[in-house]
Write a protein of this length. Structure first.
Length: 105
C-alpha cells in the first residue's frame, strides 16, 4: 500500500531538508561533466524520490544506510508504518525499502 498521505505529511515536514546544492565556485548551478565524475556518480534522483532520499538521510542519524526503529521514532508517520515498510523483515529499513514505501509512484 502506497502511503500518499504519509508522503505528503513527511514532505511538508521536511521540505527544508531538500535544498539546492551548487558546485563550489559555480553559483549558476550548471555542472561540467568529466568522464571520471560521470562514471563514479550514481544517476541523480529527481522530484519526490530525491526529497524522500534526503529525508531518509536526515532520519538515519547513525549514517549506517539503515534506518532503525529507534531512528524512525523521530517521525511518527515513519514509525507507525515501519513494519509495513520493512519488507524483508530484518528489523531495519534500507533506503530502497524506505523509498518504496514512502514515495508515490
Amino acid at each position: 500500500m502506497k502511503l500518499s498521505a504519509a508522503l505528503t505529511i513527511i514532505a511538508l515536514l521536511a521540505s527544508t531538508a531538500a535544498v539546492a546544492q551548487h558546485e563550489p565556485g559555480n553559483p549558476s548551478g550548471s555542472y561540467k561533466s568529466t568522464p571520471q565524475a560521470a562514471q563514479a556518480a550514481p544517476a541523480p534522483q529527481t522530484g519526490a524520490t530525491a526529497n524522500m532520499a534526503a529525508i531518509f538521510d536526515k532520519l538515519n542519524s547513525s549514517h549506517t544506510g539503515k534506518l532503525t526503529r529507534e531512528e524512525a521514532k523521530v517521525q511518527p508517520t515513519v514509525a507507525g508504518n515501519f513494519d509495513a515498510a520493512d519488507t524483508n523483515k530484518d528489523g531495519v529499513l534500507s533506503k530502497d525499502e524506505f523509498l518504496a514505501a514512502f514515495t508515490s509512484q
